[in-house]
Design a protein around this ligand. Structure first.
Ligand code: ASP
Length: 582
């Protein structure tokens, strides 16, 4: 139908007879001449319809509205009024014929680089939003990433294997999405939260390097930027050490950077989970900037300042060059840490003045000498500002971690042109849950404990570390994985530590324990959050931007209006009775 795309023609093409198809982005009638910006996936080309050349055609062009789909034939000519902003801006098409292929009603928002449509509106009409360059570019990045992942892993002999989507519900992990089985009334499939057990069974099956770009489903409470369905690059390898896993997947990430961004990230660092928490208050530190935590308990307690004396932990960060913060700025930071999301009770500050003296919000309780000790602990220099929080250990670290990120934002230290990649390792194996009074696997129940910690599994399970690791880029958890248990006894012991009875373990995971009878290679793997990876490469904070048809923050697809009620007959077929009290 078309000879060229709307992004293709250049000055060298002048004189050519061409046929273009696309959407009318804009048309302007300048009296005697209609100019049309014709758009497709590849770009925008200007068409001209002139009264003096063809009166009928000119009249027809005047009827074109935004988003009409047209086909136009004409000659490429050099433009007098060139547009240097776009690659086709040197030429235009003097049209000889025009066919309207499909008309369009008024669209609910403008389909241009900058749009006037709010997010919900654009989601309702996602197919219109998809016509915008910015949105298409994100899908193009996603496509290239998927393509390069396959390319790279294929070179390393990984096999892409599909695992089932209708599987079995297990109570570990997040909540499952359930699918009733019509042929087995009262029984349900579950959608996979990840192909974890299947990829391990592939290892038992001798497929020693597996990957899959795969949809996963988790029925979790809605949180900003969570999607109930999301994609993983799921990988597993046999006969592998942790170091080998780091090596291969660092190479994969480097390959993606080179192919998609044209440069390689700096060195990948490795950090212990305990250090991440101690120095950054989070297991996914943004290491684009420093601002490490310094603990002040031994200097700050016992001087009569009750807030510090009663605190489990007194800890702070040093903000270089910010001693000139005004009262107002400090008050605003105090308000910020007191917000319920952060939950600190207050904020103590110390300014290191340019004359070497100190000004702090706790001058009443601490002498200049006392404060000098704090400043020394921070290696603080004149002009620095110290921000200090105190309270319960975990909570205070988390709050200070948030404050650190906020200061990073305010000081523009979180440069989105910079990429810092970090392996965080030796996570705790188990996590205590107050509500249900039991341990849960921090990663999943198939992760091996560190060899030297195995004896602690019985008496001190809370302090057992795991062979588990995350890949963190710029403070975002991009991937996570572990070395797996490959022996029945240890796997049973792990279920025991999780408070899962023998019978229950047999019922839920019998297939795995059974498989473990028949020769299981040592194995381990990793899964990348593919949507997050795409968002990182696309330079957006929201994974919705890199998903063709995303759900909104309440988990709804507002375009197709789902989830939705189903009719009586469907309910009868699956023998489900639903009694919803309105
Ligand atoms: N299946 C795990 C997850 O979804 C990743 C892994 O351990 O490979 O988090």
């Amino acid at each position: 139908m078309r000879t060229h795309t709307c992004g293709e023609l250049r000055i060298e093409d002048t004189g050519k007879e061409v046929v273009l198809c696309g959407w009318v982005q804009r048309s302007r009638d300048l009296g005697g001449m209609v100019f049309v910006d014709l758009r497709d996936r590849y770009g925008i080309t200007q068409l001209v319809f002139s009264d003096s050349i063809d009166e009928e055609l000119y009249k027809k062009a005047k009827t074109l509205g935004r988003e009409f789909v047209i086909k136009a034939k004409g000659t490429v000519v050099e433009r007098t009024n060139k547009n240097l902003e776009i690659s086709t801006g040197y030429i235009e098409i003097v049209s000889k014929s025009l066919e309207i292929l499909s008309e369009s009603e008024n669209v609910p928002f403008t389909i241009e680089e900058e749009t006037d449509g709010g997010e919900e509106l654009r989601m309702k009409y996602r197919y219109l939003d998809l016509r915008r360059n910015v949105v298409q570019n994100n899908l193009i990045i996603r496509h290239h990433l998927a393509f390069e992942v396959r390319n790279f892993l294929n070179q390393f002999s990984f096999l892409e294997v599909e695992t089932p989507v209708l599987i079995k519900s297990t109570p570990e992990g997040a909540r499952d999405f359930l699918v009733p089985s019509r042929l087995n009334p009262g029984q349900f499939y579950a959608l996979p939260q990840s192909p974890q057990t299947f990829k391990q069974l592939l290892m038992v099956g001798g497929i020693d390097k597996y990957f899959q770009i795969v949809k996963c489903f988790r029925d979790e409470d809605f949180r900003a930027d969570r999607q109930p369905e999301f994609s993983q690059i799921d990988c597993e390898m046999s006969f592998v050490t942790k170091e080998k896993i780091y090596e291969i997947f660092e190479s994969l990430v480097r390959h993606l950077f080179v192919r998609i961004k044209g440069f390689e990230p700096e060195k990948f660092y490795v950090m212990k989970y305990d250090d991440a928490i101690k120095y950054y208050g989070t297991d996914k530190p943004d290491t684009r900037f420093d601002m490490k935590f310094v603990e002040l308990d031994k200097f700050a307690k016992g001087k009569g300042f009750k807030v510090f004396d009663d605190a489990e932990l007194v800890v702070g960060i040093k903000i270089p060059g910010c001693a000139d913060y005004s009262r107002k700025q400090l008050d605003s930071l105090t308000e910020w840490v007191k917000r319920p999301q952060i939950g600190a009770k207050g904020l103590v500050y110390v300014k290191i003045n340019s004359d070497g003296t100190y000004k702090s919000s706790v001058d009443k309780f601490f002498s200049n000498e006392d404060i000098k000790e704090w400043a020394d602990a921070f290696n603080a220099e004149e002009g620095d500002l110290l921000l200090i929080l105190a309270g319960e250990n975990k909570h205070t670290r988390k709050a200070l971690g948030e404050l650190r990120l906020e200061m990073g934002n305010r000081l523009e230290l979180r440069d989105n042109k910079k990429y810092k990649c970090l392996w965080v390792e030796d996570f705790p194996l188990l996590e205590w849950d107050e509500e249900t009074s039991r341990y849960y696997a921090m990663h999943h129940p198939f992760t091996t404990p560190l060899e030297e910690d195995i004896p602690k599994l019985d008496k001190d399970p809370g302090n057992v570390r795991a062979n588990a690791y995350d890949l963190v880029i710029n403070g975002v958890e991009i991937a996570g994985g572990s070395l797996r248990i490959n022996n029945r006894e240890l796997q049973s012991k792990m279920f025991e530590a999780l408070g899962i009875s023998k019978e229950e373990a047999e019922k839920q995971f019998g297939f795995l324990l059974n498989a473990f009878k028949y020769g299981v290679p040592p194995h381990g793997g990793i899964a990348f959050g593919f949507d997050r990876l795409c968002a990182l490469f696309a330079g957006t904070d929201s994974i919705r931007d890199v998903i063709a048809f995303p759900k909104n923050n309440a988990g709804r697809d507002i375009m197709i209006d789902s989830p939705a009620a189903i009719d009586e007959k469907q309910l009868n077929d699956i023998k489900l009775k639903i009694d919803i009290k309105k």
